[in-house]
Write a protein that binds this ligand. Structure first.
Ligand code: HEC
Ligand code: HEC
Ligand code: HEC
Ligand code: HEC
Ligand code: HEC
Ligand code: HEC
Ligand code: HEC
Length: 237
């Protein structure tokens, strides 16, 4: 594992950011492995996106144990490790995102179903901004980089005036969001960028990597032929 932050800092962040998980304990009614859990827990499969893991039954992740008059329902493994029972842990990223590498999967994903794609618990930007929005009280932690936004958190990053939502993403056709430019789990580029770039300082300058990043979207937006006129267009702005 690549740790570019000293260990104590990472431990501190875990304490700060992890929510307490309530997933084990006594079940209010008697059930066994063959019970139809959905009779009472139908909400677990409501939602646009239902986790395919549920096809294997609830007991793929929940262990049922009956002792005397009491039923205990426990998670088979800890939440993060449980995910890796079926999902391959992505190979070590050059730049990994702390909540992914520290196993806080449930901070962003619902294990059952969700109204949002990829089982994320909330609109992507709200999810990210819960940790990364700069508030007037300052950052939640000195180790947590934050960004400042205006207009209902729709504008202002990666530099003033740039939208982060409310416009179509020219590359995917979906809505522009944090993951138009960043990877959620980690990647090979600094700042978890999907495309190369070091901005805002050199946003419009001659640094090839930076130009590549902006032009990925803006050639499409402006209908520019990538091969010939990207550069001219940039200078002409
Ligand atoms: C007869 C109704 C009923 C059935 C059937 C049922 N449950 Fe529940 N279950 C409940 C109620 C009520 C609660 C408490 C409220 C809540 O968390 O939804 C609960 C709570 C839970 C919890 C949370 C426990 C905790 O410690 O917070 C889990 C996990 C769970 N059920 C799993 C299951 C699984 C797995 C099955 C199928 C094997 C199942 N339930 C079948 C009614 C039921
Ligand atoms: C992929 C693994 C997985 C499967 C399959 C799964 N669960 Fe869960 N379940 C979890 C995890 C992880 C938690 C703990 C969530 C937390 O702490 O935020 C949980 C928590 C719960 C809870 C209590 C907290 C809550 O979200 O209400 C209930 C009730 C529950 N599961 C019911 C079910 C039922 C019913 C099924 C089958 C339809 C099911 N689960 C299938 C992983 C799973
Ligand atoms: C019992 C096996 C199993 C477990 C355990 C499991 N998954 Fe999955 N999950 C699947 C399968 C199968 C798919 C569909 C194929 C795929 O995308 O890999 C899937 C898909 C997903 C997707 C993509 C859904 C989509 O809309 O494309 C997400 C996100 C996900 N799982 C998150 C989790 C998280 C978080 C955990 C731990 C709480 C977890 N999974 C545990 C089997 C599992
Ligand atoms: C910071 C929020 C966040 C955390 C933490 C996180 N994810 Fe994700 N995950 C996402 C988002 C957002 C997507 C959708 C990415 C996309 O569509 O580009 C995603 C996509 C996925 C997918 C779908 C396949 C893929 O790669 O697109 C799986 C499976 C998944 N996550 C599993 C996990 C597991 C397992 C963990 C914990 C080790 C985890 N995630 C932690 C936000 C997160
Ligand atoms: C639970 C809190 C949490 C959530 C939610 C979260 N992050 Fe982070 N993120 C962190 C922490 C902590 C760091 C910095 C420490 C580290 O990575 O070691 C970080 C680092 C980053 C960085 C790297 C900054 C840099 O300069 O290297 C980016 C970019 C980022 N997050 C984007 C996102 C996006 C996009 C989302 C939503 C998909 C998101 N984050 C959701 C906690 C969070
Ligand atoms: C149009 C592309 C783009 C979008 C959309 C975008 N970012 Fe960024 N982000 C960047 C670039 C480029 C950088 C690196 C330059 C910088 O530090 O401003 C960056 C840097 C960051 C950093 C590190 C800041 C620091 O001071 O180290 C965080 C945290 C971050 N982004 C979070 C987010 C979140 C959260 C969202 C969604 C609300 C988001 N980004 C949307 C391009 C984008
Ligand atoms: C993921 C795609 C994406 C990337 C990457 C991206 N942009 Fe944008 N940009 C957009 C979208 C979408 C708009 C809004 C277009 C509209 O208003 O219809 C926009 C708007 C702009 C605007 C106009 C803002 C205003 O004043 O209204 C400028 C200037 C701009 N981008 C510059 C850049 C620069 C410089 C970079 C590289 C650092 C960059 N963009 C990277 C998608 C992107």
């Amino acid at each position: 594992m690549i740790c570019w932050t000293p260990l104590p800092v990472r431990l501190l962040l875990v304490g700060l950011l992890s929510t307490s998980l309530c997933y084990a304990g006594k079940h209010p009614t008697r059930v066994d492995e063959t019970s139809n859990c959905l009779e009472c827990h139908a909400d677990k499969i409501n939602g646009q996106d239902v986790h395919p893991a549920l096809k294997k039954g609830c007991v793929a992740c929940h262990a049922i144990e009956n002792k005397d008059d009491t039923t205990y329902v426990n998670l088979k493994l800890s939440p993060a490790v449980g995910c890796f029972a079926c999902h391959q842990q992505q190979p070590v990223f050059l730049y990994s995102h702390f909540p992914y590498s520290s196993g806080m999967c449930l901070r962003c994903h619902d294990p059952h179903s969700s109204a949002y794609p990829k089982l994320v618990k909330d609109k992507v930007n709200d999810l990210c901004l819960a940790c990364h929005l700069r508030s007037t009280q300052g950052a939640q932690s000195p180790y947590l980089p934050t960004i400042a936004l205006v207009n209902n958190n729709t504008i202002g990053h990666p530099y003033a005036q740039h939208p982060v939502s409310g416009k179509p993403d020219p590359l995917t056709g979906g809505e522009l969001s944090c993951i138009s430019c960043h990877t959620a789990h980690g990647g090979a580029k600094k700042h978890l960028l999907k495309m190369a770039g070091q901005i805002p300082e050199d946003a419009l300058n001659e640094v090839t990597e930076t130009r590549d990043m902006c032009s990925k979207c803006h050639q499409v937006l402006w209908g520019v032929d990538p091969a010939t006129s990207a550069r001219k267009k940039h200078k002409g702005r």
